[in-house]
Unconditional design. Structure first.
Lengths: 798, 292, 161
């Protein structure tokens, strides 16, 4: 079947606004009479607030109000419900907002924020999640029972456990008894920051009549309104949330941000609009980041390579608030088994509070974490058993239509082709073929690979909808709330509409503002669900509109509806193309020559609701959580400098089974994008804390992230198209996936070549050097020897 | 102790743009402690944003003609004015040809956009442990010319920088020029920088040797590893007194990695830095002595 | 209380009253409403505040407005000519060299300047010249392609502006 738009590399639909600088982001907006807010944040990690004296701050000319937590002790959140707007009784991390200053100018607010005097009574603090789990550890959330948490999660009051998730399949004890080889290791990942370029910023206007208008740099409007309604007791109808262009989200702008706080500030400031813009420093020290991660894994294999038992304890260092992280903890848990069919599984995933910065989801949503462990375990087993790493994976791969995943979910026949993913990966990277000689004798070259599978982590009732309406010129307005923060989903959805109606793409419009009152509802744009769920809703709206169009056309053309087709913006009778009506003449109603009119404005409506997903059993984690699975793999060829610990990715291969590629240009973007972010997090990124939990590198000079010179030299992206039968055109989501395999692929390359286990992220030069020195000091010594004896002069040899 | 500051605005100050050096010095003489001199502003604006400096007066010297000049005279050497940007120096043919280490350091400093504003004198006055500018300058025995209304001082760069953000500059003085002597005829120099996975260098090194067969002078200068630039004097002596340079290189590098004061900080640990020092030293000495 | 300064922004002379401690970034965005100039770090690390000042790329978050009285400033709003996008802008669109778009104005300006000074840059030169800018969405491969594609318009003295 030949398509005009589907499968074509169409540039992003809003590229024009972005290259001309006319794209408006929340940070660019100002409202008349707007005030500016600045946060006063805690300088101690755990303390009771004894007194807050705002008198000096109030004396600064231009200051309108100073608000403290006790003035508005609301608690907000969607999953754990653990967050205060501002600290009420105590502060729980260095950087915890305790007061907000509202002033006529930013300058006045900044002067005043230094004049708020807070008296603390320090409490013992805990920074290590393993310490926080001990019975005598200081409690960070003593009032946990009072929190309104989602029933999908299990907090443990009286402890620092925000969520406990357990996954039980088979008999783990028997599983280990039956195993021939046991592998037991610990893994660790440092906290990282999303570093989206547009900082979190909100404009809120709490009107006197109780209506609240919000502009925010956030991924979706629905969750903002939902959480505000639940937490502040305002009815949905009175909350209007709008989102213009967004400068990046990466999962860090999902759930609830600062909107509820700024709304309250607007109310406190005499019902005037208030804007809060986070500084980059506050992004690193007061806003949520990705959790620290520990894992204790024990795996049992049979000597023929079959993975027989997997017991892993995941500990998420969630910081002081864990609203979204409890869901990440759950996803880490049920993604533990990845692409493999393992008969005996026991997973415990604990999301743990500590006195450090709060955390939330980041692209990948727990899957990069669980796969950091699993994919390295596979290579450990491969080496111990003398089996090739690709072979051992093939042996244990899930088989669509046959296998059961760790959650007990039966993998559908149309879930994709993981075997083809693996063979394509192996082929593209030249697996088994030795690398070329490294550029210098103190370097090594190696290849490594990792597989992954991911679906969206959403509640079983996460719905989407789409409304499609026509204009007089038969152009279409697609009223959807799909988030637009760089992924290009909107462009793909527009392509679908254009294709289905036979209209030029220019005739399809999606407004750049998402609005709770004007955009059809979608739960959230996270978890790579956008194209799938919102695409299904859009297709429903298209079908609905077509039905209405054909009903009118059938009456006018006097022929059955099933004899009609849409071609090039006209309704035509099949086989008799001269019998036609241009869409313009129908979409606003059809008028006969004598003036009688039929039909009316065409409005198409479509929804997505998953009918087969379930909650997970609270004790065993069994259930059917996923609407689709995207299988994929990452392979790398790296060069490691044994002298300095530098890792250079020479070639990266990303293979994904996407079902159907709606737009290869956008898919290529996501492959590159995920690879670069995955590389950056694997090799460089790390939030550093001092002994008081203070973030000591809250800027881009001491927190390094990949720049243009750090990209892998060569990247190959391959897509497989095994159709997902219920996906739009057979498509599945992509957005997070290419992040997941990068870190373990690199670690596996190192392990396979020199036997050094890289169990900690990031693999920056110092960490790599130190790890190799600890495990293979001979290699480091030999590298130095070769370097010293090297007979070549270049300006900079290393 | 404050790690970063959440301000968007700068503290208030009065801005002055003197047209002559005399005018600038008079302003400084009047305002002294309350004033700061501004050239490229890259350091000063960032410091003011973080409230590390809050001068009431900012004196912009970019309009003073003699400070915008780079002059070279055979025998006398290089004279670089305080308002000359790193980009301008990067395009200077004399520096490229005769002052290899300085050229390499400038080319690798910050990024090309920052280099359009940052100045070499500013780099030295910033005196952050990880700025690159001072390192090759010390290897070339460069001096800073410091002026006040009534006095002119010439201070070696190595003495000018006393510690992190601490320089030998009185409140009524401006650092006006850098004087870099003409390198002797058999000079060879190089600058190396290790900053993988980091914006600032984890370790830098400038090596300057006079006489690449039988060395008469050796300068091994290190940056970013300590609180200020340091020299490995014992390593230098090993090179100077050795019978066989090629064999002495590793010995000197090992000595350098052990003798100098090295710190652990947010960017790197001490032991890794010591290791990098050894690697950089071997690399630098090999390229200078053309070991092949 | 403030000083009156005059700037020529994208070919138009504008006068604005500024305080001594106001940054060029804020004057451009808040007073002159040139919103294409963004900020993400306010410290000169991310490069999103980059503008072309008197023909040179600078990070406007580190420049005082009072310093640049009488200067010429070019931002991305001034690249299109006679209703047509500049070749570099077209190349960015064609190659999908943007995702969220927040860094795009800065990268477009820097790419434009790079090609003006060196119409046939190598990949290494491109990476070096753009090292002061961050794109978190990771469109670096596409940006390199766009620059290589637009290169032909900068050769043979065919300067777009």
């Amino acid at each position: 079947m030949s398509f005009k738009y589907i499968g074509k590399p169409i540039p992003p639909h809003d590229a024009f606004q972005k290259v001309t600088g006319t794209a408006t982001y929340t940070i660019d907006l100002e409202l008349p009479g707007m005030l500016y807010a600045k946060l006063v944040t805690s300088t101690v990690p755990h303390a009771r607030i004894k007194k807050i004296d705002v008198s000096r701050a109030l004396e600064v000319p231009g200051v309108v109000k100073v608000v403290t937590g006790r003035d508005y002790p609301y608690r907000v959140g969607m999953y754990a419900g653990d967050r205060d707007l501002l600290a009420v009784d105590k502060v729980t991390w260095v950087g915890h907002p305790v007061a907000a200053v509202i002033a006529e100018t930013l300058e006045a607010a900044e002067k005043a924020m230094d004049l708020v005097d807070v008296e603390y009574e320090e409490l013992p603090a805990v920074f290590d999640p393993l310490e926080a789990l001990k019975p005598d550890a200081p409690l960070i959330h003593e009032k946990m029972e009072e929190y309104r948490h989602s029933p999908a999660f299990k907090p443990v009051p009286g402890t620092n456990i925000a969520n406990k998730f357990t996954l039980i399949k088979g008999d783990i004890k028997k599983g280990f008894e039956e195993s021939d080889e046991i592998i037991e290791e610990e893994f660790h990942i440092s906290h990282v920051s999303h570093c989206y370029m547009e900082v979190q910023n909100v404009i809120a206007h709490y009107h006197l009549d109780g209506t609240v208008e919000i502009w925010t740099s956030w991924q979706n409007v629905a969750p903002v309104r939902q959480i505000m309604a639940l937490s502040l007791g305002i009815t949905h109808n009175k909350i209007i949330v709008r989102i213009p262009f967004v400068g990046g989200g990466f999962g860090g702008k999902a759930g609830l941000g600062w909107e509820a706080l700024v709304a309250i500030l607007s109310k406190a400031a005499g019902h005037r609009p208030v804007k809060l813009v986070l500084s980059r420093k506050e992004q690193f020290s007061s806003a949520a980041v990705r959790e620290g991660f520990h894992a204790f894994a024990k795996a049992g294999f049979k000597k023929d390579g079959r993975f027989n038992a997997y017991n892993v304890k995941f500990i998420l260092d969630a910081g002081a608030y864990a609203d979204y992280t409890v869901n990440v903890g759950r996803a880490v848990g049920y993604s533990a088994d990845g692409c493999y069919e393992i008969p005996n599984i026991y997973v415990e995933s604990l999301t743990v509070y500590t006195n450090k910065i709060p955390t939330t989801a980041l692209r990948g949503f727990g899957y990069p974490e669980s796969h950091w462990v699993l994919e390295q375990i596979m290579d450990r087993a491969a080496k111990k058993l003398g089996i090739d790493p690709a072979e051992i994976r093939l042996m244990n791969l899930l088989k669509p239509g046959h296998s059961y995943m760790g959650t007990g979910e039966r993998l559908r026949e149309d879930a994709g082709d993981p075997k083809k993913v693996l063979t394509t990966l192996v082929d593209e990277i030249g697996w088994g073929k030795p690398s070329e000689k490294p550029s210098h004798p103190w370097k090594i070259r190696a290849k490594g690979l990792a597989l992954f599978v991911k679906g969206p982590a959403q509640p079983p009732n996460a719905a989407s909808s789409a409304i499609l309406k026509f204009n007089e010129d038969a152009s279409i307005d697609l009223l959807i709330a799909t988030g637009n923060f760089g992924q290009g989903t909107i462009t793909a959805l527009m392509q679908i509409v254009a294709e289905e109606f036979g209209l030029p793409l220019e005739k399809i419009r999606v407004d750049y503002v998402r609005d709770t009152h004007k955009s059809a509802y979608t739960w959230q744009t996270v978890g790579s669900r956008g194209l799938f769920t919102d695409g299904i809703a859009v297709l429903g709206a298209i079908r609905d509109a077509k039905k209405q169009i054909f009903r009118v056309a059938s009456e006018v053309l006097r022929c059955p509806e099933d004899q009609l087709e849409l071609v090039d913006g006209e309704v035509r009778v099949k086989g008799k193309p001269w019998e036609k009506i241009p869409l313009q003449d129908i979409v606003m109603g059809y008028t006969y020559p004598n003036g009688n009119s039929v039909g009316g404005p065409i409005i198409g409506r479509g929804v997505f609701m998953s009918t087969h997903t379930t909650y997970l059993d609270p004790d065993t984690g069994q259930g059917n959580p996923t609407i689709f699975h995207t299988f994929g793999g990452t392979a790398v060829e790296i060069e490691v400098n044994l002298l300095t610990g530098e890792i250079n990715i020479l070639k990266a291969v990303e293979v994904l089974d996407l079902g159907k590629v709606i737009n290869p240009l956008l898919v290529k973007q996501q492959i590159h994008s995920g690879l670069i972010m995955g590389t950056s997090i694997s090799l460089y990124e790390q939030i550093k804390f001092d002994e008081r939990g203070w973030v000591i590198n809250p800027n881009f000079t001491s927190y390094y992230l990949a720049r243009i010179k750090d990209i892998p030299r060569e990247v190959v992206g391959r897509f497989i198209e095994t159709p997902q039968l219920d996906g739009p055109y057979g498509a599945r989501g992509i957005g997070e996936h290419t992040m997941i395999g990068v870190a373990p692929a690199i670690a596996n390359a190192i392990f396979n070549s020199i036997g050094v286990k890289m169990n900690k992220l990031p693999m920056n030069p110092e960490n790599v050097w130190r790890t190799i020195k600890e495990q293979r000091p001979d290699l480091v010594e030999e590298a130095m020897k070769k370097f010293s004896e090297h007979r070549e002069t270049v300006e900079m040899i290393i | 102790m404050s790690f970063g500051a959440p301000y968007f605005t700068l503290p208030e100050f009065t801005y002055h743009k003197p047209k002559t050096l005399k005018e600038a010095l008079e302003l400084l003489d009047t305002y002294r402690d309350e004033a700061k001199v501004m050239a490229g502003g890259v350091g000063l604006v960032a410091f003011m944003k973080e409230r590390l400096m809050s001068p009431s007066h900012v004196i912009d010297i970019k309009e003073i003609p003699e400070l915008k000049r780079v002059e070279y005279r055979e025998g006398a050497g290089l004279k670089i004015g305080a308002a000359v940007t790193l980009s301008e120096l990067e395009n200077n043919e004399i520096i490229k040809k005769k002052y290899t280490a300085l050229y390499q350091a400038i080319k690798k400093a910050a990024d090309p956009i920052i280099r359009n504003r940052a100045t070499l004198v500013g780099n030295i006055c910033e005196a952050l442990p990880w700025v690159d500018g001072p390192i090759p300058l010390i290897a070339y025995n460069a001096k800073v010319e410091v002026m006040s209304l009534n006095d002119v001082r010439l201070i070696p760069v190595s003495d000018f920088i006393k510690g992190p953000v601490e320089i030998d500059l009185a409140p009524n003085e401006i650092a006006t020029f850098i004087h870099v002597p003409d390198p002797p005829p058999e000079s060879k120099s190089t600058f190396l920088k290790f900053n993988t996975g980091s914006e600032f260098a984890l370790a830098t090194m400038a090596a300057h040797v006079v006489g690449s067969v039988k060395p008469k002078e050796v300068y091994l200068v290190y940056g970013a590893v300590s609180t200020k630039p340091v020299r490995a004097s014992e390593a230098e002596r090993i090179i100077l007194t050795s019978e066989n340079i090629k064999e002495a290189i590793v010995e000197a590098a090992t000595k350098a990695s052990q003798e100098i004061d090295v710190v652990s900080d947010v960017l790197a640990s001490e032991d890794y830095r010591r290791h990098l020092i050894k690697v950089l030293t071997i690399n630098a000495l090999k390229s200078i002595f053309e070991v092949s | 209380m403030g000083r009156l300064i005059t700037l020529t922004v994208n070919g138009i002379r504008r006068s604005v009253e500024v305080k001594d401690n106001e940054l060029l970034l804020d004057v451009l965005r808040d007073k002159l409403k040139v919103k294409s100039v963004k900020a993400a770090c306010w410290r000169g690390e991310c490069g999103l505040c980059t503008v072309i000042l008197n023909g040179k790329l600078v990070k406007s978050c580190l420049v005082l407005a009072v310093e640049v009285d009488g200067s010429e400033i070019l931002t991305v709003e001034g690249l299109a000519k006679d209703g047509e996008l500049a070749p570099i802008q077209k190349a960015f669109i064609q190659h999908g060299a943007l995702q969220c778009g927040f860094c795009t104005p800065a990268f477009v300006l820097a790419s434009h300047k790079l090609l003006e000074e060196n119409p046939t840059p190598s990949e290494d030169e491109i990476k070096e010249r753009l090292s002061g800018l961050i794109c978190r969405c990771g469109t670096y491969y596409e940006i390199i392609e766009a620059i290589k594609d637009a290169s032909k318009y900068y050769q043979l003295g065919r300067k777009p502006r």
